[in-house]
Design a protein around this ligand. Structure first.
Ligand SMILES: Cc1cc2nc3c(=O)[nH]c(=O)nc-3n(C[C@H](O)[C@H](O)[C@H](O)COP(=O)(O)O)c2cc1C
Length: 217
């Protein structure tokens, strides 16, 4: 049975998070399709990873026998996280926009799992081809032709790092204008925001279903 690696990174709990609501809709459908499947869950806000630091980073550039005990310990976490990615049949990531880019907790995860010569930087990165669905919620609008289009560093960055770097097959679901109900200046955008949220939920369910056909039990 397939394994889903589910990652959330919003600083908000489930009840107040646009991205968590959509990843939950995906996961619910995924679990309905794979009742005996496995889900590995990482909540990068509730259980944050340490930032990648000297020992973990430098350990990636030397052989296992050359590592100090500190480097071995730091690299063990990177191997655990890379292993979770490599063993996943599909990946689901909640990636809200904070200050035009991804949450720092998600960046820390990426810094750990991107291991040169293994998951990255080889002709055959170890997780290449794995489908990944990214829920990129954002308070404003950054679509093509909008004034803030060039400020968008969530999908543009993740496309490069997940696909261009790790070789994953990336698809984005984007619930946007999520601040429309709480920011008075955005009141006119509430209908668009509601439509975007509904489309995102429908897309999450449809994607979980369509991916399931790849992993028939
Ligand atoms: C620290 C912080 C920074 C934010 N920065 C932006 C931003 O640069 N652009 C934007 O459109 N929305 C921004 N927002 C709004 C969030 O993108 C929006 O509320 C989104 O729905 C968050 O998803 P979440 O509820 O799953 O965390 C920010 C929110 C927070 C908490």
């Amino acid at each position: 049975m397939p394994t889903l690696l589910h990652i959330d990174s919003s600083v908000f709990p489930a009840a107040g998070s646009a991205s968590r609501a959509v990843t939950a809709a995906f996961r619910k459908e995924w679990e309905a399709q794979h009742p005996n499947g496995r889900v590995v869950y990482r909540d990068l806000h509730a259980d944050p990873l340490p930032h990648l630091a000297f020992d973990g980073a430098s350990a990636g550039f030397i052989g296992p026998d050359e590592r100090t005990p500190e480097q071995q310990a730091a690299f063990a976490l990177r191997e655990e996280l890379a292993g979770e990615l490599e063993q996943a049949d599909a990946v689901l990531i909640g990636a809200p926009m904070y200050n035009f880019t991804i949450p720092s907790g998600l960046k820390a995860w990426l810094d750990h799992v991107i291991i040169n010569g293994r998951t990255f930087g080889t002709e055959n990165p170890t997780a290449a081809g794995t489908p990944v669905v990214v829920v990129a919620s954002r308070g404003g609008g950054y679509g093509p032709g909008t004034p803030r289009e060039s400020f968008e560093f969530v999908t543009t960055y993740l496309e490069k790092v997940l696909n261009g770097g790790l070789g994953l097959e990336v698809e984005f679901i984007v619930p946007e204008l999520t601040l429309a109900r709480s920011v008075p200046a955005m009141a006119d955008l509430v209908p668009l925001a509601d439509a975007s949220r509904e489309n995102a939920h429908a897309a999450a369910v449809a994607k979980a279903k369509s991916l399931a056909t790849r992993f028939a039990a």
